[in-house]
Design a protein around this ligand. Structure first.
Ligand SMILES: NC(=O)c1ccc[n+]([C@@H]2O[C@H](COP(=O)([O-])OP(=O)(O)OC[C@H]3O[C@@H](n4cnc5c(N)ncnc54)[C@H](O)[C@@H]3O)[C@@H](O)[C@H]2O)c1
Length: 245
């Protein structure tokens, strides 16, 4: 059992799916959870549900892609653990389009949600973490950031690859302040519609799609004292699927 008591954890995009699972496991481990989502009703209902279970949670609705909103929402807030979970196409469904057919606006939007969201939130909390001499930053990556896929998600893959390398650099810059920074890259999760997953299910050695709890378990290890000598790394949680390299 990992102990996160006396820690405040901000989980972005925690209104549903993977982020919700991370928030639930962190809350059960004793952390106070700041539930971020761009959809304020989602953030509020998750915070209410956790509080009803006797856990400690506060809703904090803002758009991670908007630097001013992030600054305003996090100004003066003590965050010990940040999980940069927001991803995919942001607040709209992921549209799969070949690179040559993508508009620059769409590319910018995907990069904004996936990469700039991480940059904004991480920059907002790192100074406080460094001053206090403790911090954990965990970014959620994807197989799409580790290999080429012909499914029309190239800007998303580019952003996820950039995050994993941003983490390697930032981790070294803040290590002396006892702040760790890692990426947890996920394989295909169980919230993806069956029409996309049926064909690839048989290629997952462990025979099933990932769950929010699978992602949360790795994040919890990295956030806890047990993860105190782990930094600058990318951990792949994908049921054993083989990928490039
Ligand atoms: N689902 C998968 O198969 C899969 C696979 C690999 C990696 N991932 C990664 O896991 C993470 C979580 O994915 P998911 O499938 O749980 O996502 P999801 O789309 O189910 O949920 C994301 C949540 O984030 C919120 N959100 C979106 N844009 C936001 C913004 N700009 N600011 C604040 N909140 C915002 C949404 O309202 C939503 O509640 C993402 O980083 C994703 O890239 C997912």
């Amino acid at each position: 059992m990992y102990d996160l008591s006396n820690k405040t954890a901000l989980i972005t995009g925690a209104g549903q799916s993977v982020g919700l699972g991370i928030a639930q496991q962190f809350a059960r481990s004793g952390a106070h959870i700041l539930i971020n989502d761009i959809v304020s009703e989602r953030a509020q209902s998750v915070a209410n549900a956790l509080c009803a279970e006797g856990k400690s949670a506060t809703a904090l609705a803002f758009d991670v892609a908007d630097a001013d909103q992030v600054k305003h929402a996090l100004n003066g807030t003590k965050v010990d653990i940040l999980v940069n979970n927001v991803g995919n196409a942001g607040s709209i469904p992921m549209e799969q389009t070949r690179f040559i057919d993508l508009s620059l606006d769409t590319i910018r939007q995907v990069i904004n949600s996936n990469l700039y969201g991480v940059i904004h939130c991480t920059q907002a909390v790192l100074p406080g973490m460094c001053d206090r001499g403790f911090g954990r930053v965990i970014c959620i990556g994807s197989e799409a950031g580790r290999q080429g896929l012909s499914i029309g998600v190239s800007p998303y893959g580019a952003a996820k690859a950039a995050i994993a390398n941003l983490v390697r650099h930032v981790a070294l810059e803040v290590a002396a302040s006892n702040v760790t920074c890692n990426t947890v890259s996920l394989g295909l999760m169980n919230n993806v519609p069956a029409e996309f997953t049926d064909a690839v299910l048989s290629s997952i050695p462990l025979g099933r799609l990932g769950t929010p709890d699978d992602a949360a378990s790795m994040c919890l290890l990295l956030a806890s004292d047990s993860g105190s000598w782990i930094t600058g790394q990318e951990f792949v949680v994908n049921g054993g699927s083989s990928v490039r390299g």
